[in-house]
Design a protein around this ligand. Structure first.
Ligand code: ZN
Length: 367
């Protein structure tokens, strides 16, 4: 069908254009808008209903938790600076400072570890970040110059009808409050965010890295990897236990692991990190270094998907995975990982090339 006869496709393109204009808007003093946009993209998928309907309402608290995840690795020291890069034009952005102080006080453990072991402190951080998001980027984000154009979400407050922060505090303390914490995703927008994920996510990453590079006078390409690449070392600890779980066989080609470099085991994100960042143990499989490199950022074929789904629903394997997660103070996230995979695969276009094995791709057929 030609594009002009396909209003849905036209709507998605118009939406993408507006997002691009938003990324270009230079009037921002911090990188919050990028963090909020990415968080919304992730949340509509993560909070989807069981039947695959994307979430149409997100709470400010859910947003705060996701924004913290987005910034979590940004508070490490960047080698060329020996400190974390600034993400504000006039000094460090408040959310980053809060996360840094929190991580400093909790020995820089993984986000899963600190959620379990510093629950009260973590809750304080969530409240702080939530309040900041409510106060600033949420009512400010959809401005083009001096004009507001709400094309992503609607909230009950604005730059002209300011939120009462006392009411927000009361709401956070579970006291009587008239603060409405709902972010209503506008019609079609959740679908656009998912369908355009493969385009928008790298664009947001690039625009974000460019802004941070400018703020710190750094080279942007290296910075982009620092901000959004995955710290492989952090998950290598799961190679041994997964090797036991998989009977020393590669998840994809099912051949055994051997000593040669290319046949060594590597922990792979089944749903690629670049498509949807998920460090839950349920999203990890063990693969030959060779197979992992070849799979790269591609979605695996539906054969592999079926096998992965079975693994995550098989009682005995799930029990083993849960034991591994417990031992390493990690989170399993089995349900949300499967939900995310379902939503992303369901929305793939027929014919999308899926990775089957080294150098072999198959066209996606809707299942
Ligand atoms: Zn293999």
């Amino acid at each position: 069908m030609s594009l002009s006869r396909n209003p849905e496709a036209l709507g998605a393109i118009a939406f993408a254009e507006q997002c691009l204009s938003l990324l270009d808007e230079a009037s921002y003093n911090t990188t919050y808008k990028f963090a909020v946009l990415l968080a919304l993209m992730d949340l509509v998928v993560e909070k989807a209903n069981k039947d695959g309907t994307l979430a149409s309402t997100i709470t400010t608290k859910q947003l705060a938790i996701k924004v913290i995840e987005n910034y979590w690795h940004h508070v490490r020291a960047y080698p060329a600076l020996q400190t974390q890069p600034l993400q504000g034009k006039s000094g460090q952005a408040e959310i980053i400072s809060s996360i840094h102080t929190f991580r400093d006080a909790t020995s820089f453990g993984s986000i899963f570890y600190v959620r379990q072991n510093f629950a009260a402190k973590y809750q304080t951080l969530v409240n702080k970040v939530e309040k900041k998001l409510i106060e600033m980027p949420l009512p400010r984000l959809q401005y083009f110059g001096k004009q507001e154009h709400r094309f992503i979400y609607d909230i009950s407050w604005s730059m002209t009808k300011l939120v009462d922060l006392k009411q927000v505090t009361a709401y956070q303390r579970n006291q009587v409050s008239n603060f409405d914490n709902r972010i209503h995703i506008l019609p079609h927008v959740a679908d656009y965010l998912v369908n355009l994920n493969g385009l928008l996510r790298p664009m947001i990453h690039r625009a974000w890295a460019m802004q941070v590079a400018k703020m710190n006078q750094l080279e942007e390409s290296k910075l982009q990897y620092f901000l959004f690449g995955h710290e492989r070392n952090a998950i290598h600890r799961f190679a041994d236990p997964l090797q036991d779980l998989q009977n020393n066989r590669c998840f994809y080609c099912e051949n055994t692991f051997k000593g040669q470099a290319k046949l060594k085991p590597e922990v792979d994100h089944f749903i690629p990190w670049s498509r949807y960042p998920n460090d839950g143990l349920a999203n990890f499989v063990l693969a030959h270094s060779d197979c992992n490199n070849s799979k790269s950022d591609h979605f695996a074929s539906t054969d592999h998907l079926e096998k992965w789904r079975c693994r995550n629903s098989d009682e005995s394997q799930l029990k083993q995975l849960s034991d591994i997660a417990h031992q390493h103070k990690w989170e399993l996230l089995e349900q949300s990982s499967v939900n995310v995979a379902n939503v992303l695969y369901e929305r793939l276009q027929a014919g999308t090339e899926l990775w089957q094995g080294k150098g072999v791709f198959v066209g996606y057929v809707n299942i």
